[in-house]
Ligand binder design. Structure first.
Ligand SMILES: Nc1ncnc2c1ncn2[C@@H]1O[C@H](COP(=O)(O)OP(=O)(O)OP(=O)(O)O)[C@@H](O)[C@H]1O
Ligand SMILES: [Mg+2]
Length: 223
């Protein structure tokens, strides 16, 4: 199995106030293989979001390295990191951060720009993904006109649209009823089977049935 992403000795230290130092993450090693679904479990404050941020290049580690397809990302400058994220990574955040003045369809299309694809083809892809997520007649709704669960599904569509190598999801089912949550997990699983690695941070033990592997964090360390 190919390793897509590897974190080595990842440590993240935050300064709180003048003197207090918080070890959000301490010397964590992690390998992510192609097409696997990893569940990252741990209590609140254990470092799950911190680890996702470091692995996805959203934030830099205080110590340690992140390798993506064998390439050391700590060597990349800000512009290269932005390109890396655009081309390889999909995000589903705890707060899903849709753009208020864009419709559902336009929100899904955002990560495709700039693109060599023509806009009609992009639109067809975006509509198809929204439909797979049971959002048949919501394409032209704005975030304020959708329920929390519908907004979450738009955010997931936005993460899927570019067929990324890795998807990072922070509590992707957090605000959803059980049926909708299961639908999202099945969809992520399908995407995974097609070759995308999916890393999900969650408290929800019920999601374990979907996981290929479970990684536990406790107090910023693997446990
Ligand atoms: N910007 C920051 N400044 C200072 N401390 C931070 C910062 N971000 C996170 N922390 C601390 O780092 C630790 C890990 O936080 P993190 O957000 O990774 O936890 P988590 O496992 O995602 O929790 P939750 O399940 O509540 O989302 C916590 O103790 C948190 O207070
Ligand atoms: Mg978190």
């Amino acid at each position: 199995m190919n390793v897509v992403l590897e974190g080595k000795g990842l440590t993240k230290i935050y300064q709180r106030g003048r003197s207090e130092v918080v070890y959000a993450l301490q010397d964590v090693d992690i390998k992510v293989y192609e097409a696997e679904m990893i569940l990252l479990y741990g209590p609140s404050g254990s470092g799950k979001s911190t680890l996702l941020n470091l692995l996805s290049g959203l934030d830099n580690p205080s110590e340690g390295e992140v390798h993506f397809m064998g390439k050391d990302m700590t060597d990349l400058n800000e512009k290269e990191l932005t390109e890396f994220r655009r081309d390889n990574v999909g995000f589903v955040f705890q707060s899903w951060e849709l753009i208020d003045n864009l419709s559902a369809l336009e929100n899904v299309e955002v990560p495709m720009y700039p693109s060599k694809m023509d806009s009609a083809a992009m639109r067809t892809d975006a509509i198809q993904i929204l439909r797979r997520l049971d959002l048949f007649d919501r394409e032209h709704h704005y975030p304020s006109e959708m329920s929390g669960g519908e907004q979450q599904r738009v955010a997931i569509a936005r993460a899927l649209i570019k067929n990324p190598k890795v998807i990072f999801a922070d509590e992707p089912t957090g605000n959803l009823d059980e049926d909708t949550g299961n639908m999202i997990m099945r969809l992520l699983k399908t995407v995974c089977r097609r070759g995308t690695s999916v890393i999900i941070a969650t408290h929800n033990e019920a999601l374990r049935e979907y996981a290929d592997r479970i990684i536990r964090l406790n107090n910023g360390k693997r446990g």
